[in-house]
Design a binder for this molecule. Structure first.
Ligand code: HEC
Length: 121
């Protein structure tokens, strides 16, 4: 391909990828900050489900960036915007993985990738 050899800097991913480390950090962070309202299986408790058919139906037309925006500006509900960018990205990787996206790879999910992908498998 040789595209990166052009030296145009970091190119956005063309295929969804996040690392296992992100999924693990996402799970840890989620378990501390989100689980009480969204559930251990992301099934929803006082907050809506973040996994499953209903969730994917609702979110399928939205980009990962839309999800990131909602999550990072309004969650955790008790202290919106309180997590780091890396933690929000990691939670997003964890949510994707729990929804069966199976995109664990070498490349981390980065903020510049979020507009390129939707919640559609
Ligand atoms: C105190 C309970 C509570 C906590 C903690 C909490 N949430 Fe929520 N969350 C809610 C409620 C209630 C809603 C629905 C109302 C709203 O959107 O404000 C919601 C909505 C959402 C939505 C939008 C879902 C949709 O389909 O509209 C996302 C995404 C989300 N939360 C992610 C998170 C993440 C990630 C965390 C942890 C960093 C978190 N929430 C922590 C209660 C909570």
């Amino acid at each position: 391909m040789g595209i990166t050899a052009l030296g145009v800097g970091v190119l956005a991913q063309t295929q969804l990828s996040y690392t296992q480390a992100q999924v693990d950090l996402g799970k840890t962070t989620y378990s501390a900050q989100c689980v009480m309202c969204h559930g251990a299986q992301l099934q929803g408790v006082s907050g809506p489900a973040l996994a499953g058919d209903k969730f994917l139906k609702k979110w399928g037309r939205n980009t990962l960036d839309d999800f990131y925006y909602i999550m990072s500006t309004s969650m955790p509900q008790t202290n919106p915007g309180s997590l780091s960018k890396d933690q929000y990205l990691a939670i997003e990787a964890y949510v994707l993985d729990t929804n069966g996206f199976k995109a664990v790879g070498d490349k981390s999910l980065a903020q510049e990738d979020l507009k390129s992908f939707k919640f559609t498998k």
